[in-house]
Design a protein around this ligand. Structure first.
Ligand code: SAM
Length: 199
């Protein structure tokens, strides 16, 4: 069985995108501060962040959705090896079409969006109704390796399109009437979003 540290290193070697150390520690801190007991994660990959969250935040249960079958199967194996089956529920599905009546721990103290970056707004709109009124939504990778600040100089067309979509989400959420957004230059850029009527 690999330790979480080894799992992270192994994922990086295989080009499996897992949350940067600084980012995951920030997320854990947010969950600890609010004594969160439930978190819905969109994008499990091999289960690294879900396992980091549950092993560092007392009483937290994570429900997570992963589209890729190989990654899902690997996550199931790691979760089992670490004996975290009771704390982590993983669904193999496309979060965009996932039937939300299958959600087990809703409403959540935290929604953590870490899947296909071009779809952030869709994930947000679909899953925000399952967040507690005073809960938080955390979105990672909003700087896209700094490229978001210099879109015109991105040569690759696909990358440029993707970065534009991330920027569109960022602009949309920052201007939203119903939400307050705090931006943190941690890891690859993280936003913590809260409902305005619950401050
Ligand atoms: C950045 S990785 C997640 C990393 C993970 N949260 C961690 O830090 O350990 C993003 C994952 O989202 C998955 N994904 C992409 N689109 C998805 C979708 N529509 N529904 C569910 N998962 C999706 C990808 O297959 C990928 O494994």
């Amino acid at each position: 069985m690999m330790t979480l540290e080894e799992l992270e290193q192994d994922a990086l070697k295989r080009n499996i995108p897992v949350m940067q150390k600084e980012g995951i520690l920030f997320l854990i801190e947010q969950l600890q501060e609010r004594k969160a007991t439930s978190c819905l994660e969109i994008g499990s990959a091999i289960g690294y962040s879900a396992m980091m969250m549950t092993t560092h935040v007392e009483h937290l249960c994570v429900e997570t959705i992963e589209l890729d079958e190989q990654r899902y199967l690997e996550a199931v194996r790691h979760i089992h090896e670490h004996g975290l089956e009771k704390r982590i529920t993983i669904h193999h599905d496309d979060a965009l079409t996932f039937q939300t009546d299958k959600l087990q721990f809703a409403p959540y103290d935290c929604l953590f969006i870490d899947a296909a970056k071009a779809q952030y707004q869709k994930f947000f709109e679909k899953y925000v109704p399952f967040v507690k009124k005073n809960g938080i939504i955390i979105v990672d990778n909003l700087d896209f390796h700094g490229m978001i600040f210099d879109i015109d100089h991105i040569k690759n067309r696909n990358t440029r399109q993707l970065v534009k979509k991330i920027k569109r989400f960022k602009d949309w959420i920052f201007q939203h009437d119903a939400y307050d957004v705090e931006y943190y230059a941690v890891g690859d850029g993280i936003c913590v979003i809260r409902r305005k009527d619950e401050q």
